[in-house]
Ligand binder design. Structure first.
Ligand code: DHE
Length: 513
């Protein structure tokens, strides 16, 4: 008898909770579904689908389940599940669902939350210059810090949705900002009162969002489902769902959507069909907008849509992402396969090929005046070089070799330099500083030896450049943008991007819009 009891205790110690083997689906339902949803689409926890988890490698997923995630509600499961069970769960969440889930009007409306704000005020609740604030997205523990750009000190920190991606979008005054999470959550935050205003989930896997120049609408491009969703910018209530159906009649993911301010339109590219859509939000839409409508739209009756009329520009190849020239007439696109292209939005067609080698990470490129030319420069994710393109002839005028491939390039109207990170490879801690006139690297900085440095953003006056150190125990390293000396280090949890209110709302040529 004594032996049997000893055996039972020993079994329990090795495998604390589950003496019986269990199938992974029931393990998931028992331990994960309460927060991540019965169908893995997410509730309080993020969606657990392969596309949404792309940034999280399997070994990190194992670590998260085993140890939990600091400063979140994700608990450690090492005392409840065996190593084998954790591995099986990771394989399970990295497996696509058998059926494509629905996320339509009903689900979107049901997710909408408007937060009550006590003592509302139109005055900032802090002393800092509201136009020289930065938002810093800290991916390490899914928080956002509000940084005073003059004192270079954080003044507030709040939790964000899981996996924010892309630049938060400020309205024209910089008072409100809209965040997009990869799981399709849009959050509106009041920068004056430092309070969340409203949230809504518009998709299962969102790509990015844009706000209209008249501050009335927010648009979101989704990968899953294949839709563009327009929201009222005031309280994020649903205005319209536009199914992304390509010319071939098949549903398509949206590569990206941006606001084209002078055109009063949103411009979106389809990822699975070679076309760009210009969605007008002017009231009423400009005369002749319909002249761009293609025959297939006329036949299907789509051309009669009154609100948010769409011009569809057909191309030969797909755009993976794109950015505008400062006039919003041309879009310069990147493609995962092959070359980029230049599309003239006024002419409604491609006007040139773009000789950039690898797929740049979009929103990476910037423009500036070089002598009498305007040039665009971008790093490339597949090649160790920065490409510099003449914005008139669209010819590649220089390849600047770098120590590795990079994600972001940034500058400021008042700075003679453009900064580019070396994100990948053994020199991931390097940051090149390039002279904007000679196109030569004048200095290679190492803000934190051996640690990945990425993404630069300047203060409103261009005096300081802020660099992210992309580590859990990371920091923002502040450089004097002229002397290139470090002036301050601000600890942060894996800071990703940082976004200066003034530079964004004035659409500085040195940063993304
Ligand atoms: Fe991004 C912006 C696409 C991987 C960090 N990224 C964007 C935008 C697009 C894009 C379309 C512009 C959105 C906007 O601001 O409206 N990113 C892609 C990809 O296709 C890619 C290569 C693969 C993917 O998984 O989607 C990719 N991006 C990454 C990363 O791995 C990065 C480094 C870390 C992360 O958070 O996923 C990353 N992307 C960023 C950041 C911005 C961004 C920080 C905003 C930069 C800015 O200054 O505006």
């Amino acid at each position: 008898m004594k032996n049997i009891i000893t055996l039972i205790i020993a079994t329990f110690l090795v495998n604390p909770v589950f003496a019986e083997p269990q199938d992974t689906e029931s393990l998931y339902q028992q331990h994960c579904s309460q927060c991540h949803g019965k169908n893995r689409l997410g509730i309080t926890g993020p969606a657990l689908l392969p596309d949404n988890l792309k940034r999280l490698h399997k070994k990190n997923a194992i670590k998260t389940i085993t140890q939990g995630r600091a400063a979140t509600q994700m608990l450690p499961f090492k005392d409840k599940l065996t190593e084998q069970q954790i591995k099986a769960l990771v394989d399970y969440i990295f497996t696509p669902l058998a059926e494509t889930p629905t996320w339509g009007e009903k689900e979107i409306r049901a997710s909408h939350v408007v937060y009550p704000i006590e003592n509302p005020t139109d005055k900032p609740v802090f002393d800092a210059d509201p136009l020289n604030l930065f938002l810093v997205v800290e991916a390490g523990d899914h928080h956002v810090s509000v940084l005073d750009g003059d004192k270079l000190e954080p003044i507030y920190r709040f939790p964000s949705r899981f996996g924010l991606h892309g630049g938060p979008k400020y309205n024209s005054t910089g008072r409100y900002v809209y965040f997009t999470s990869r799981d399709g959550w849009i959050s509106k935050f009041d920068m004056y009162q430092l309070k969340m205003v409203a949230e809504i989930r518009v998709g299962i896997n969102a790509r990015n969002s844009a706000i209209s120049s008249d501050d009335r609408f927010v648009i979101v491009g989704n990968y899953m489902p294949n839709t563009l969703v327009i929201l009222d910018a005031k309280d994020l209530s649903l205005v319209k769902i536009i199914p992304a159906i390509g010319e071939n009649g098949k549903a398509s993911r949206i590569s990206a959507v941006y606001d084209a301010r002078p055109r009063k339109s949103f411009v979106a590219a389809l990822k699975d069909s070679p076309e760009v859509w210009e969605i007008n939000y002017a009231d009423p839409p400009p005369a002749g907008f319909g002249q761009w409508v293609h025959d297939y739209q006329k036949e299907s009756g789509e051309a009669t849509i009154e609100k948010f009329p769409i011009r569809k520009i057909k191309l030969d190849s797909v755009l993976d992402d794109f950015f505008f020239d400062q006039e919003y007439v041309h879009i310069l696109s990147a493609s995962r396969k092959g070359k980029g292209q230049v599309v003239d939005l006024d002419l409604g067609r491609k006007v040139a090929d773009l000789d950039i080698p690898g797929m740049p990470h979009l929103s990476s490129g910037i423009t500036w005046k070089m002598g009498d030319k305007t040039v665009m420069a971008t790093p490339n994710l597949k090649e160790n070089e920065v490409s510099v393109v003449d914005m008139k002839t669209w010819k590649l005028i220089k390849k600047i070799p770098t120590l590795g491939s990079g994600f972001f390039m940034r500058s400021h109207e008042k700075s003679p330099y453009a900064w580019v990170d070396v994100f990948f490879g053994k020199d991931k801690d390097a940051m090149h500083v390039i002279d904007k006139q000679t196109l030569k690297i004048v200095k290679t900085l190492r803000p934190a030896l051996g640690k990945t440095s990425a993404h630069v953003e300047f203060t409103r006056d261009g005096k300081y450049a802020l660099v992210s150190i992309w580590e859990m125990d990371g920091e923002i390293v502040v450089y004097d943008a002229k002397t290139l000396e470090i002036v301050k280090r601000i600890p942060m949890k894996k800071p990703v991007g940082k976004y200066n209110v003034y530079n964004k709302i004035t659409r500085s040529a040195g940063t993304s819009h």
